[in-house]
Design a protein around this ligand. Sequence first.
Ligand code: FPP
Length: 264
Amino acid sequence: MLGKLMRKKTAEPDRLLAEEIASVKSRHIPAHVAIIMDGNGRWAKKRNLPRIAGHHEGMKTVRKISRIASDMGIKVLTLYAFSTENWKRPKLEIDFLMKLPGEFLSTYLPELIEQNVKVEMIGNFELLPSHTKNSIQRAIDATAENDGMTLNFAMNYGSRLELIQCMQEIAKLAAEGKIDPSEIDESLIESHLMTSHLPEPDLLIRTSGEVRLSNFMLWQLAYAEFSFTDVLWPDFDEQCMVSEIKEFQTRVRRFGSVEGDGNT
Ligand code: FPP
């Protein structure tokens, strides 16, 4: 009897969520959602826990949000997991953050494969510790043939560094006479970014109430819709994600024109 009641208690929110997902899917879904996952430290502090406990909880949110994003039909989910500036953090915290991809992928890789998710990474791969590189590479290889949602981790990523590398590559082509400087246009620049194979983000979400970009996808976010929520990343759940997409669906995107693109 108790089991039956408990099942009923959890089945109702599941059904409501499924209905919400179906409703959201009947309208325009953003192809690419990028998230600055912020607030892990504050989540832990509120509970008198060490900061790393917040990051660990944040990892569980990564699982929840990846799953619902894939269910909603989002094609690319980019998650800012570690920035080029995060090396300034205490060593203990950095070491913990570098172990999280390994823990996440060793626990959830089968689930990601079942969901047909393709794991990718942007950022400076070579400078990561070898155990981090190995787990990410294993997941990339194991999901390379999947054609569902791309789960793109921005790891040791910094947009300025990405743009510097892009400019260096293009300058080299010009110096070698392979291109004329007049040929440098948006599409050439995009082809030298780490996201060259991805659509640009339609929606950027940042959690925890901070309202800044923190060196994240500065070129790619030129026409994205922005959403800043006070919810701390470990508390950001499926309902929050559905609400974000619903809110996105009310936005009229003009891309510099006077006509909206009919986002709804
Ligand atoms: C910012 O919050 C968060 C980070 C720098 C790390 C984000 C990493 C995760 C959410 C886990 C990643 C999981 C995988 C699988 C790679 P903060 O520490 O700056 O929070 P605060 O502003 O409250 O101190």
